[in-house]
Each structure stands twice: as structure tokens, then as C-alpha cells.
Write a protein that binds this ligand. Structure first.
Ligand SMILES: [Zn+2]
Length: 343
């Protein structure tokens, strides 16, 4: 579990000598604590840069040493495992992250993760303003995305408010998800979703205008369901790009075409010409064709090829944590709030 930072109570402004001594001590302790735990050289490099960046932040030397002195915990979300980062928006997100002290590659990865969350609250092309503030708690992970955001706060000058995002693992669910301070899930949900379980929506239409579908990150083998009663039009064409795939026409909207790409395999029921009931298992999520990580590419178009947003085609809803989970979520959230660079 997360430990509360007791040192936050010491709020008096320290003298420059104390800051320097504290900074040096912090670097040494943090290096001791983190060095052996970082097995991947790239993550290590990133963490060192970040520590340098956070030492420069005025609030850090005051509370960081006690953070480093705490024993290493096995629990992944611990005060020890979390890194803090903050920056002001000054141009595109990734450049703002570099200006905040991150090396280019790390800035690219971390800002992309931040964008996946922000996109649900802000129009990233029109609503970010110079001087907006972004604060992150995150940790390196051994996966392609390099990092995992544990909590994030974005202060928008345009909307004169801040948006908060907290990663929380609800007991009994396969994947953690991100919630706002009230326990509402950040991502919108599709009714009749092609996937009942997935980790995250990693691309929606307004994020990448040239990309025609929505990407759901999910492990290879995750079951794919037919969202609506539909006729199968074709299966696995252009394998090099699409991998194992299929296209269907939903019978309630015969002008629409629905495509599912990069599947591991199709179920044997899926044959061109067949009409299948909603809920039929069509196959399994994979990483075939031009795909760099296991995910479902879900694309809806008109017969003439105009892209339709699945979040408009489907009914959608917002998910809130069940009553019984709220107290535990709020405790988790408060502990994360204590670790932000600016409290
Ligand atoms: Zn895609």
C-alpha cells in the first residue's frame, strides 16, 4: 500500500544550503533504492533523468528523502516505486515533456500515455494552453509502453479547473482502469462492445485523424463478440496489413460496414454469407498483420467508405465504481494525492 509522506508537514522554506544538501542526499538515497530494481537499461536511464528533473523542483528536497528512506515494498503501487514529474504546457505535449526535463524518447512515451487519458476530457488540438500545468505519478514497466501512469492532474487555464486521473484496480476485474476523483471511469464505454474485457482504448478517432478505427488494447486470445446481428461479408483479405480479419454488415443498419482487424484467429462459424446473432464469438484478439502490439482495431464505415465513429454508432455509457468500492477507491486516491509534487 501507499505510505503517507510524513514530511509534508514540514512546510517551512528551507535555506539554499539545506536544499543542496537535501538534493544530494536525495539523489544518493534514490540511486540506492532504485538502482538494483531497474533491470532494463532504458528504464534506468529514464529514471535517472527524472530524478535529476525532480530534484530541480523546489518542493522535492523537502519531502523526498523520507520517501527514499522507506523500505522497498513488494506492492507495486508504493511510494518507493512512483516517480513524479511536472511540467508546464509550452507547445505540443511531447515537447512540453522534454522541457520538463525528460529525454526525448521518454518524453514521447510518457506524453503519449498522458494523451490517451486527456483525450477523454480535452480537445488536445484546441484546448491546451501555454502555461497549463501537468503533474504525474508514474512508474517504469517492462512493456512496450515503458511507463504506467498511476495518477495525473492537468490544470487547464482555458477551463479554469483541473482534471484528475487515478489508476485503480477494482477487485474481481481483470484490468485496472482510470477514474476521476469521484470514481467515474475516464473512458466512455460502448454498449454491445466487441470486447467485454480490455485494458485500455489506445486510439480514438479524434486522436489520429488518418487512423480510421478505434484500438482496444487487449491480450492475445481475448474473446471477440459480434456487437449486432450481422451478415459476414468477407474474411481475411490483405493479410499483410490487416492480419486475420473480418467485415460484417449489421442488419439493423445495412448501409454500415464493421471491420475487426489483427485477430489471432477466427472462429469456425465465421464464413462469408452467414448471418450470425449478436453476441456470437467471432474469434480472438491477436497481433497479426501490421500491428505492433496485441489489440483489436475496430472500424465502422458507410458502404461508400466514410468513417463512422464507433462511439457515435454504438450507444455509450459512463461507468462508475460500485458503492462498495468507493470507500477503498477514495482512500487510494487520497494517498496518491499526497504524492503529487504540488499539494
Ligand atoms: Zn487501429
Amino acid at each position: 500500500m501507499i505510505r503517507k509522506n510524513r514530511s509534508m508537514m514540514r512546510r517551512a522554506t528551507p535555506s539554499p544550503m539545506v536544499i543542496m544538501a537535501g538534493g544530494a542526499l536525495f539523489m544518493a538515497l534514490v540511486a540506492l533504492v532504485f538502482w538494483p530494481r531497474n533491470t532494463r537499461p532504458k528504464a534506468l536511464q529514464g529514471s535517472l533523468n527524472l530524478q535529476r528533473a525532480s530534484v530541480a523542483a523546489p518542493s522535492q528536497p523537502v519531502h523526498a528523502p523520507s520517501q527514499a528512506q522507506e523500505p522497498a515494498a513488494a506492492e507495486p503501487v508504493s511510494a518507493n516505486g512512483l516517480k513524479t514529474f511536472q511540467t508546464k504546457i509550452n507547445g505540443p505535449l511531447s515537447r512540453s515533456f522534454q522541457r520538463g526535463g525528460l529525454e526525448r524518447k521518454q518524453a514521447t512515451f510518457l506524453s503519449a500515455l498522458a494523451a490517451r487519458l486527456l483525450i477523454w476530457r480535452l480537445d488536445l488540438r484546441r484546448e491546451l494552453r501555454r502555461g497549463d500545468k501537468i503533474e504525474l505519478l508514474y512508474r517504469p514497466v517492462d512493456s512496450q509502453s515503458m511507463f504506467e501512469i498511476i495518477a495525473m492532474r492537468y490544470t487547464s487555464t482555458k477551463h479554469n479547473r483541473s482534471y484528475a486521473f487515478y489508476r485503480y484496480q477494482e477487485p474481481g476485474r481483470r484490468f485496472a482502469a482510470y477514474y476521476d476523483a469521484e470514481g467515474r471511469e475516464i473512458e466512455q464505454k460502448l454498449r454491445n462492445s466487441p470486447l467485454r474485457e480490455y485494458e485500455q482504448v489506445t486510439s480514438i478517432l479524434k486522436m489520429r485523424p488518418k487512423h480510421k478505427g478505434v484500438d482496444f488494447k487487449a491480450p492475445v486470445g481475448t474473446k471477440l463478440y459480434l456487437p449486432f446481428r450481422a451478415r459476414v461479408l468477407r474474411t481475411t483479405w490483405n493479410f499483410r496489413y490487416n492480419g486475420n480479419c473480418l467485415e460484417v454488415v449489421p442488419l439493423h443498419k445495412p448501409n454500415a460496414r464493421i471491420m475487426f482487424l489483427h485477430l489471432q484467429k477466427l472462429s469456425s462459424k465465421v464464413k462469408a454469407g452467414r448471418v450470425l446473432p449478436a453476441g456470437t464469438i467471432l474469434g480472438y484478439v491477436g497481433n497479426t498483420g501490421r500491428s505492433t502490439a496485441p489489440h483489436l482495431h475496430y472500424q465502422i464505415m458507410t458502404r461508400r467508405g466514410k468513417v463512422i465513429d464507433p462511439f457515435r454508432f454504438h450507444e455509450t455509457y459512463m461507468r462508475t465504481l460500485p458503492e462498495g468500492q468507493l470507500a477503498s477507491f477514495q482512500q487510494h486516491r487520497r494517498q496518491l494525492d499526497l504524492q503529487f509534487p504540488n499539494r
